[in-house]
Design a protein around this ligand. Sequence first.
Ligand SMILES: Cc1ncc(COP(=O)(O)O)c(C=O)c1O
Length: 463
Amino acid sequence: MTAAPSAAVDLDRARVAELIAREGAALNERTARSREMWERARRTLAGGVASSYQLREPWPIYLDHGEGQRVWDVDGNEYFDFHNGFGSMTQGHAHPVVTRAVEERAALGTHFAAPTEDGIVVAEELARRFRLPKWRYTNSGSEATMDAIRIARAHTGRDTVLKIFGSYHGHHDAVMVSIGVEYDRIGDRDDLASLPYGEGIPQPIVDLTVPVPFNDAAAMERRIERLRDEGRLPACLIMEAAMMNLGVVLPEPGYLEGVRELTARHGIVLIFDEVKTGLTVAAGGAVEHFGVVPDLVTLAKTLGAGLPSGAVGGTDEVMAGVEDGRVNQVGTFNGNPLTMAAARASLLEVLTPGAYGHLRRLNDRLLEGCGRVVDEYRLPGYAVGIGAKGCVTFSPVRVVDYETFKAHQDVELTELGWLWNMNRGIFATPGREEEWTLSVQHTDEAVDRYVAVFEELARELTR
Ligand SMILES: Cc1ncc(COP(=O)(O)O)c(C=O)c1O
């Protein structure tokens, strides 16, 4: 669901800055224990966190526990959780079915590095949901996309990787390219820049990855033809069918079908990175929702129900390299029994057809509520979402790719929206790019609270 931005009011920017300062100070005030913890943590943990994505100025909010649709921070502040572990906890926290499965498995031994039956059941269920017959496991989304690219390279005997400019696919070198780039460095639309995302990534690896704009099959076709003429046709295109990590950017009608046809025509392996969309936008992810079947799918996040997990699924042809041993798809913890027990219980007993109906209904309620507030107060933005995911994108025009995102996203309003939520019991992902993820344990109470808090902000901004 998506709405066109309405004719917006001119916001008083001094007022926005004032509110950011006020809300920031209030959040600092209520997170004193987090500050203490951060001061202790940074003596031994680099930056005081386990992953740079957990960083936040002036300090991160340290969590204590979660239950159902709620989390509590170390200061005892209670929140409805719309962050949900970067969209991993579609089951909600401490779901009794998952907890029971993990406890039962833990008592039987948690790791053998030998296959167990749960791993077969999970693969059978994934094959059914994603319409792809052959599967392997990893321990994270990054490992899944790394392995998928290797499988595609082996299948085609080619090296070049095509990706969508601005899309995040994990932290290995081949995909840490052309993300988070400043607007003036994006480059010409037909020749977008291949730029490393941070230091330590060798330029020759960066040069093997070629970005193209989202939602533009014609630009992709022109780029592929030029690469063909240069003798470096891509091995694969890795993409999200609906872009996450820029809020939510939906594919235009016909775009995915165009991409499917184009990649098939050039023998390019089409990888749908469903680390975020898989198991959240529908039971069978974007494959089911959009009805376009790629050659490979990557999963992680929601798959493990809160345990580290990942998977690569593919056609018999593309996965043949793994089966005949040409590609070494390996890992000590792949198919870990604890993860597989959690995934099995989650897929068969929690993420049921009824659960997806619940997620869709709640998300529609949330999107409609936010859309109404945007319209009524004529805010520069729109509500957009799919399945369990959505966001309010503060932008006077609809974002269709990274370029429009960078050109139009209202950074200050996005920052204010986050602080405002956190001070009113809505736990959301810090950062400009994220979207909300609902869980099966979310209720009308949580989404109505979200809308009420948003309306309070709208009133404050426009009075
Ligand atoms: C679309 C997408 N792919 C891959 C990844 C990497 O997953 P992980 O953080 O589990 O390595 C992410 C992480 O946010 C993601 O959003």
